[in-house]
Ligand binder design. Structure first.
Ligand code: ZN
Ligand code: ZN
Length: 337
């Protein structure tokens, strides 16, 4: 199979022809149709996340078809269309797993980081962590739901029920969260890089009540803000933008250092928190919600071999919505709902 491989962080991915992995007990072999490109992939490729398996096939927003079953498979059958997310395996026995916080499992394994992922034509995955894909979605459009959507949804839940919601960084996750937030009748305040007119137009097209630069203050105090931009200096900025009791959620896996800030912007019971990984429950809830909203993922597709180009476009902030790598098995390159 064709795969795009990280040999060493800081280097471009290398195109290789290798035999597909065979499924072990409890695993599915999946023929990959589409895999979305996440900012986390960039953090891995650029060496900001320091514990990848190497060499590594990245990618954790994978849509494909089950083509082989390992021993002991009970839920999936050949031909099922499934999605493979970031959470690839958990121990089931640590205190976090026992308490419904498998996203914090001490020994968790992650697709496209500590397990090989979806920048390839085939992969294996533990069936217990795969999700069925709603029929309404094409392969390419479903792929970003698996991380941008899921982590965005978890961030939104963490942000509480407040009506006025700020979103910093208007990329793949933000554009999905904005649709869910609108569905929940919230007002969206979109903060982009100062002067980024393309992102601001995009935010407006998704119904944002207010759009501005991340260096600006919104016209009203916000109830909550979610940060998808990996820029630590935005944390105090967001804390200033939320009112008393406000919640600031950091939705990314990596962020530059947060500068020191005066206690007054945390005082009055403001909360700063982060979102780590996902649970299978998040996945079930979100995949049921997506067709109801209905969420439309804006996607730009690239052939698998062009993974380096897609990563570069994401790095330079040139993508509206989500970048998705497609293989020759991808059934609908464009969105169809
Ligand atoms: Zn991701
Ligand atoms: Zn565990």
């Amino acid at each position: 199979m064709l795969a795009m491989v990280v040999d060493k962080p800081g280097k471009p991915l290398r195109k290789v022809e290798i035999p597909p992995a065979r499924p072990g007990p409890g695993q599915l072999s999946i023929r990959i149709h589409a895999c979305a490109v996440c900012r986390t992939d960039l953090h891995i490729v650029d060496g900001e996340l320091t514990q990848p398996k190497l060499p590594l096939i990245p990618g954790h927003e994978v849509v494909g078809t089950v083509v082989e079953l390992g021993n002991g498979i009970s839920r999936c059958k050949l031909g099922d269309r499934v999605g493979v997310p970031w959470l690839g395996w958990t121990c089931g026995t640590c205190s976090f797993c026992q308490n419904g916080q498998e996203n914090l499992c001490d020994d968790a394994k992650f697709t496209g980081y500590t397990l090989d992922g979806g920048y390839a034509e085939y992969m294996v995955a533990d069936e217990r962590y795969c999700f069925p894909i709603p029929d309404a979605y094409s392969d390419a459009e479903a792929a970003p739901l698996l991380c941008a959507g899921l982590i965005g949804y978890r961030s939104l839940v963490k942000a509480g029920d407040g009506k006025r919601l700020g979103i910093y960084g208007f990329g793949a996750a933000a554009h999905i969260v904005a649709q869910v937030a609108k569905y929940q009748q919230r007002e969206i305040y979109a903060f982009t890089r100062p002067g980024d007119e393309q992102a601001q137009r995009f935010a407006r097209s998704l119904g944002a009540a207010w759009v501005g630069g991340s260096d600006e203050m919104p016209p009203h105090k916000l109830d909550a803000a979610i940060l998808f931009a990996p820029a630590g200096e935005l944390v105090p900025q967001a804390m200033r933008a939320v009112g008393k009791g406000g919640i600031v959620v950091c939705g990314g896996i990596h962020m530059s250092d947060i500068p020191s800030f005066p206690y007054s912007i945390l005082w009055q019971e403001r909360t700063v928190t982060s979102v780590a990984n996902l649970t299978r429950r998040d996945g079930k809830e979100f995949m049921a919600l997506a067709p109801q909203v209905p969420i439309h993922a804006e996607v730009t597709t690239y052939p698998l071999e062009a993974a380096n180009e897609a990563l570069q476009q994401l790095r330079s902030g040139n993508i509206s919505g989500a970048a998705v790598l497609t293989t020759s098995y991808c059934r609908h390159r464009k969105k169809m709902i």
